[in-house]
Write a protein that binds this ligand. Sequence first.
Ligand SMILES: [Cu+2]
Length: 160
Amino acid sequence: MKRTPFTFFASLFAALLLPALFLISGCEAEQPRTDAEMIDGDGIHIEGTWARPASEGRMSAAYFLITNFEEEPDTLLSVESDVARLVEIHESFEREEGMMGMREIPQLQIPAQSTVRLEQGGLHIMLIQVTRTLADGDTFELTLNFAGHGEKTIEIPVRL
Ligand SMILES: [Cu+2]
């Protein structure tokens, strides 16, 4: 059978245009996936978690980095754990005598597309009256309650 111009263009279409169409639709398919991740709350990332060791009944502090990849700010409203009687968000400040003090803050703003550091001498999660001894190498869970992203439970390793 002799090739007509029609079959030539039809095979050209199949060879070039169809893969191109798949490529285009493939790119489009990735866009909603990114949006879905943000709706699911993956726009907030926690890393670098650790907490100081403490004997039962004493205080410990937990530290980590919170990164908000979203275009909207979020707020850490509260933190819960069954490893302490009371869990508070604290900030450190310099007293008049040059000594460092710390105090509770009601909530913690996480600005859009930025990282907030909880670290020694700065912001931290205060664990008051730990219900069991937290030794180097132990782990426990903290549940962070965000205004926008809801609850996030993270694992905290205890280390010196
Ligand atoms: Cu504190």
